[in-house]
Structures are given as C-alpha cells and as structure tokens.
Design a protein around this ligand. Structure first.
Ligand code: ARG
Length: 460
C-alpha cells in the first residue's frame, strides 16, 4: 500500500530499509505533547480566521485531546510506517474523527511543525535545567556559608599556592553556574519566536494569523522569515553550547571531588549514598557518581559536534539530514540534567574534613606570599625584592625540613635584618585567609557576604 499522506503520487510502499532509515518515530514520539499543543493552537487560529469551519475545528480539537490521552495512558500504538510523530498523531486523529482531520494540515507543513515542536521541547528542557541549576547553586551557597572559615590549600599548577577557604572554592562554582544560567537564558530568548505558519518554506496563501498562534504558544513573536524558520537549528546549537560549557564546569568539580575523597587528600567524605564499593577490594569507596558526571560531559560535547556537523553543509531550506538533530539533543540534555542532580546530591552529602584541609593548607610554604606582602607593608620593600627575600627564607626552611613559621627570628634576620617578631603573625593560614579582604577575595567575611548575596538572589 502506498503512503496514506502522499499516496497520490506514489504507487508502491517503501522498501523496508527505506522505512527503517526514514522513520523518526522511535525518538520523536517525545514530541507528542508539543505536537498536539501546536496543532490545537493552529486549528484554533484556522477557525478564528474562517479557514476551517467551527464544527470541524471543534472535532479536531476534541480528537487531539483524545489522542493526547491515549498517548499519556500508553494505549496509543505508534507506527513506524507512519514515519514520525506528526503523521502518527494525524493518522490517529483521522481514525477518531474521520476525513475532517485532513483540514488540520491546512496552511502548515511538517517542516514548520517539526521546527515548532523542537523549539517547544528545547524551551521546556531549558526551563527545567534553569530550575535545577538554581537548586544546585543554592546547595553550594549554603555549603559555602557553613564553611566560610574552613581553610584549605588553594592550588595553581596543582601545587599548593595560597590558603583559601572551602567556602570560597565552592562559590567559584556558584559563579560559573550563574553564567551558565545566563547562557541558557540567552538561548531561550533567541529561540522564543514561533515558526508555525512558515509552512514548507515559503509561507502560505491562506490568511493565517501568526501573531495569534505565537501568542497561544507563549512565544514572544512569530519568526520573520519563512525560509529561516524551517531551515535553521541554531537554537539547538546554542543550547548545546551552553550545555557543553555547563558540563565542563560540572566535570571540573567532579574531578576535584574524585581527588578530594582519595585517602591521600582526604579533604571530604561522601556517604554510601554517592559511592560504591569494590567487589574485590573491601577497603574501597569509589566516587562513581563524580566519575560519571565527569564522563558524561563527553556525550554533551558529542551532541554539540553532531548538530554542527549535520547542519554545516545544508543548503536552505529543509533537508532530511535535519531529522538527525534530535537524538543527540535528547541524550545530551538528559545527561546534563542527571549530572546537575547528581552534583547537587554530592554537594549536600559531602562532609569536609576541616582539620585535614587546614593542616594541608599550610604545607608547601603556602603563606610565602603573606610573608612577602608583610615585607612590603612593614618594611617598605619593593615587592620584587620582598619576593627575593622570601625565596631565600623558603630555601632555608626547605633545607631544614620545616615550615616558614618554624624559622627563628635570627634565621629571618640573617636574610633581612629589619624583620621583627611581628612577622610571625602573618604566617598562620587562618591569618592568611582573614587578610584577603579585597573585593572577591577569600576572607571569611567576604565569603559570608557573597554566599548571602547568592542566597538572597536565589530565594527570589
Ligand atoms: N520527521 C521529520 C524531521 O524530524 C519531520 C519533517 C519532515 N519534513 C519533510 N519535508 N520530510 O525532520
């Protein structure tokens, strides 16, 4: 049997392999709710403009509601022969209400229909991710506030650099996630134009009201160019770019968690809720959730590369290549959502070992900068010279195998005679972080203020 939608021109059914490569129902069934919502808005507009009679429009609307119910309850049988969600829904509508179902597709094409469904779907996904990111930020800001004074080593080149606080470190991620939210919000703003009514690519001769459908579907306005409406997927690229950057951020934190929970670091512990054991090594507690957050970032980047590659050689307007825009997107945004949830779980679950972090914070002459700064402040040395003096003191301490604070005053004065006992007050790690009061610095007072700023912003 030839296809019931375009059977007019075709005399035989597609080859089995043609049907298999062509079908998208195996994944675009996820558009069911969006597809039906779009169709209802479309038919309401057709009726308002007198393009379809009121009775037909009513029958179509009721029929679509029934299709929606059947899909929700799982009664609906999806058919691969019907290719995609659009034709599955329309064919079932025809079963239910008869030939007037055929009026629904007036002044519309699957090209604007799929562009609409996908925008609606991505918009929902962005809204969900926004909620999740807010919740993760809140968890981090709360943890940061609790640990505003918990000293830990700050690293550069993975070498102890200067003491910071655990709260400050967590707030670094809160900032990153704030920018991620901004990127998603930007993407949402640009995608929020309604392509419905662009039809196949050229628009339509029917007197449609695109403002009306745009409004009904909560878009800011209709798209202004029909060719653009059906041929671009930049809203997918942009969303996946934002998702990729966000996945980078989550992956970096995950990597840190993996390091922090090792016995060698021992900075934080995760409970059994977010770790697994080994089937052979009884002592192990593996941070699998963190490793998977790190690992899943690969699928998100992959989806971005996928859509860029699918689109880059396509002449305007629609080509079937574009059906390949969906699976990677579904997969990537699902993975990201899972990663955000798992990260929030770990952040809430983790218990910092503050003693351990603090003792590690002093290692590696982490207060050397404080000593140099003191030489500048108290003795008026130029910073470069202070750096040099401090370097000599670090060498002496290193040779005798102690910390800077363990040097005697005499040893200090052998390098710079004007040094006084006051210097010892800046060599402790608590002192060090408390002194970093510049805006954006790690002092506990700053950390509390920044955590409170975020918590207030996130509460509204
Ligand atoms: N399933 C198709 C897709 O996902 C819908 C659009 C089909 N349009 C067409 N001209 N064949 O892209």
């Amino acid at each position: 049997m030839s296809n019931q939608m375009w059977g007019g021109r075709f005399s035989s059914a597609p080859d089995a392999i043609m049907e298999e490569i062509n079908a998208s129902i195996g994944f675009d069934y996820r558009f069911a709710a969006q597809d039906i919502r779009g169709s209802k808005a479309h038919v309401a507009m057709l009726a308002a403009r007198g393009i379809v009679g009121a009775e037909d429009a009513e029958a179509i609307t009721r029929g679509l509601d029934q299709v929606a119910r059947e899909i929700e309850t799982g009664e609906f049988t999806f058919s691969r022969a019907l290719e995609d969600i659009h034709m599955n829904v329309e064919a079932r509508l025809a079963d239910i209400i008869g030939p007037s179902a055929g009026r629904l597709h007036t002044a519309r094409s699957r090209n604007d229909q799929v562009a609409l469904d996908f925008r609606l779907w991505v918009r929902d996904a962005i809204d969900q991710i926004e909620q999740q990111l807010r919740s993760l930020q809140r968890a981090m800001a709360e943890k940061a506030r609790e640990n505003a004074g918990a000293v830990m080593p700050g690293f550069t080149h993975m070498q102890s650099a200067q003491p910071v606080t655990f709260g400050h470190h967590l707030l670094a991620y809160v900032e990153m996630l704030g920018r991620d939210r901004g990127r998603f919000a930007d993407a949402r703003k640009r995608l929020n134009e309604c392509p419905l009514g662009a039809a196949a690519l050229a628009g339509t001769s029917f007197p449609i009201d695109r403002e009306m459908t745009a409004k009904a579907l909560e878009f800011d306005r209709p798209t202004a160019n029909s060719i653009d409406s059906v041929s671009d997927r930049d809203f997918v690229m942009e969303t996946l770019a934002a998702a990729s950057i966000c996945a980078v951020h989550l992956s970096r934190l995950a990597e840190e968690i993996v390091l922090w929970v090792t016995p060698q670091f021992g900075f934080v512990t995760l409970s059994d809720k977010f770790t697994t054991g080994s089937s052979i090594m009884p002592q192990k507690r593996n941070p699998d959730a963190a490793e998977l957050v790190r690992g899943k970032s690969g699928r998100v980047f992959g989806a971005l590369m996928g859509i860029l590659t699918v689109m880059k050689g396509l002449p305007l307007a629609y080509s079937k290549d574009m059906q390949e825009d969906k699976e990677g997107t579904f997969d990537a945004l699902h993975a990201l959502s899972l990663c955000i949830a798992a990260t929030e779980g770990m952040v809430r679950d983790m218990i910092p070992s503050t003693e351990r972090m603090k003792s590690s914070a002093g290692a590696g002459f982490a207060t050397a900068t404080d000593l140099a700064d003191w030489l500048v402040r108290a003795l008026g040395l130029p910073f470069r010279q202070a750096h040099h003096v401090t370097g000599s003191l670090v060498r002496i301490a290193s040779e005798q195998g102690t910390g800077l604070e363990d040097l005697s005053l005499a040893q200090m004065q052998s390098v710079e005679p004007r040094i006084t006992t006051e210097v010892f007050s800046v060599l402790g790690v608590d002192q060090s972080v408390r002194s970093r009061t510049s805006y954006g610095g790690t002092s506990p007072a700053n950390v509390i203020a920044q955590a409170d700023r975020w918590l207030a912003a996130l509460a509204s």
